[in-house]
Design a protein around this ligand. Structure first.
Ligand code: ATP
Ligand code: MG
Length: 456
């Protein structure tokens, strides 16, 4: 149908212009705010196009997630054209145009493969702020399907790189020489796996061949950036598919090495736990229920925590609470060196883990105390997931379910009220002492736990 363009070519000149009646991007699919930005820039004499994921997704009949604009206007020009504009980014200067909660990202056409592009010894791009033409902009993008432009002035799709053909044959194909492009930015390896999962595409053989080698370069990527990629892989509604692609191309070990090792060794319970955690996340995303990376990390890494915890209890004869804290420290320290997890999440992960042995030694006042934890629900959810994954906790999970729903719930409430009354009677002195910070919020909980170490 469309004229075939050379593949993996570094520089192309004549684009394929796809007229409105040959593609299915309709303005109805596009954000009215993004269209406003396009019209305003065009009125001021600049070129401006929608590009990237939004056009790719619209062409595939998917709902675009966010809208990116590429323009000939410089960031300062863009700022002058919009009152609601903020310039962001150091490595790339971008303009964000704010419409309430919607942000339209506007980037000036950029050139790559340019003598001015600064790279480090490994070939990684350090600075990439050289402005260029739309054609330069197209070929410095990652994949052909991400380099399609939509021209609102005549409703055409502009294709410099064979992206329409690849959409049709469902291929993820890197632009340029794959080895070089991964070296410039190894995160492209994860992006290849992610788009293949999200779109149910194949990774074209030349793009796939250097993937494992490219994965090794992820060690040099800042953990905060890898965390962002983990969120995209596992919280976009296609986590199960992402895991499968990461495993297929042997990339999981660069993000979650211990999970990868357990899956590889076919460890039954950790495998079931991982699969269920990801499948549940996909369902929650689909149902538009809230999700948190804290729960995901807690579930994926629980087998590690459990292993260390049990070893410390058995071999080192450590009491349960310090053993749990030592185990959580060890697992989080190792993981956060690879993929960062902001403190607000890692604190929650710890609490979810710390709750597990408390939930396992249930009954009476200890149980109701656990229920007062702000993380009780997440802790309980992990307990249920562990039971479903095959840990012998079925009875226990049922007990916790009952206590929240049936007659047990009434009893629990009564004990809770009694506890609260007793605490009030004991006066505020203890509460205040317990609430004083010593060496961080985490310790406060530990001290609280130690005050009642024996099972009731
Ligand atoms: P998503 O559906 O996940 O938002 P997307 O394609 O929009 O997919 P973004 O990360 O939002 O992905 O990036 C927007 C566009 O910027 C991409 O479509 C691609 O053209 C370009 N891009 C993003 N990351 C890179 C990269 N590492 N190298 C080259 N181009 C990139
Ligand atoms: Mg996007």
């Amino acid at each position: 149908m469309l004229k075939r363009k050379p593949r993996n070519a570094a520089a192309l000149t004549e684009p394929v212009i796809v007229p409105r009646d040959r593609h299915n991007v309709s303005r109805k699919q596009l954000s009215p705010n993004a269209l406003k930005v396009l019209y305003r820039l065009r009125d001021q004499g600049y070129d401006a196009y929608l590009v990237g994921g939004c056009i790719r997704d619209a062409l595939l009949g998917l709902k675009p997630k966010d809208f990116d604009v590429a323009t000939s206007a410089s960031p300062d020009d863009v700022r002058d054209a919009f009152r609601n504009c903020r310039l962001v980014g150091r490595r790339f200067r971008l303009a964000h145009i704010l419409f309430g909660r919607e942000v339209i990202e506007v980037a000036t056409f950029r050139a790559n493969h340019n003598p001015d592009t600064a790279v480090d010894d490994a070939g990684r791009i350090l600075r990439d702020n050289v402005f260029g033409t739309i054609e330069d902009d197209a070929i410095r993008r990652d994949f052909t399907v991400n380099a399609l432009y939509y021209d609102v002035s005549n409703f055409t799709v502009i294709d410099y790189v064979g992206g329409m053909d690849d959409l049709e044959s469902r291929q993820i194909r890197l632009l340029g020489d794959p080895t070089l492009r991964y070296r410039e930015d190894p995160v492209r390896a994860l992006r290849a796996a992610r788009f293949a999962a999200k779109l149910d595409f194949e990774i074209e053989p030349e793009t796939a061949a250097p993937l494992a080698e490219a994965g090794a370069l992820l060690a040099d990527i800042p953990p905060a950036r890898l965390f962002e990629e983990v969120l995209k892989l596992f919280q976009g509604g296609y986590a199960v598919a992402s895991l499968a692609k990461l495993r297929e191309y042997d990339l999981l070990k660069f993000l979650f090495p211990t999970v990868d090792a357990r899956l590889r060794a076919n460890e039954a319970i950790p495998t079931a736990l991982c699969n269920r955690a990801l499948a549940n996340t996909d369902v929650r995303v689909l149902e538009e229920k809230p999700i948190t990376p804290a729960f995901l990390y807690a579930a994926l890494l629980w087998p590690d925590v459990q292993e260390h915890y049990e070893a410390l209890l058995a071999d080192d004869d450590m009491p349960p609470i310090p053993a749990m804290h030592a185990a959580t420290d060890r697992v989080l320290d190792a993981q956060l060196r690879i993929t960062a997890l902001p403190k607000r999440f890692s604190a929650v992960v710890r609490e979810i883990w710390t709750l597990q042995p408390r939930l396992e030694r249930y009954k009476g006042r200890r149980a109701t105390k656990a229920m007062e934890s702000p993380r009780f629900r997440a802790g309980y959810d992990l307990l249920c997931l562990r039971a479903e994954a095959g840990e012998p906790l079925g009875e226990l999970a049922k007990w916790w379910t009952d206590i929240q729903t049936g007659e047990e719930a009434d009893r629990a409430r009564a004990v809770r009220e009694e506890t609260a009354a007793r605490q009030r009677a004991e006066g505020r002195r203890n509460t205040r002492r317990g609430g004083r910070r010593r060496s961080g919020g985490g310790n406060r909980k530990r001290n609280g736990d130690r005050s009642n170490p024996k099972p009731d």
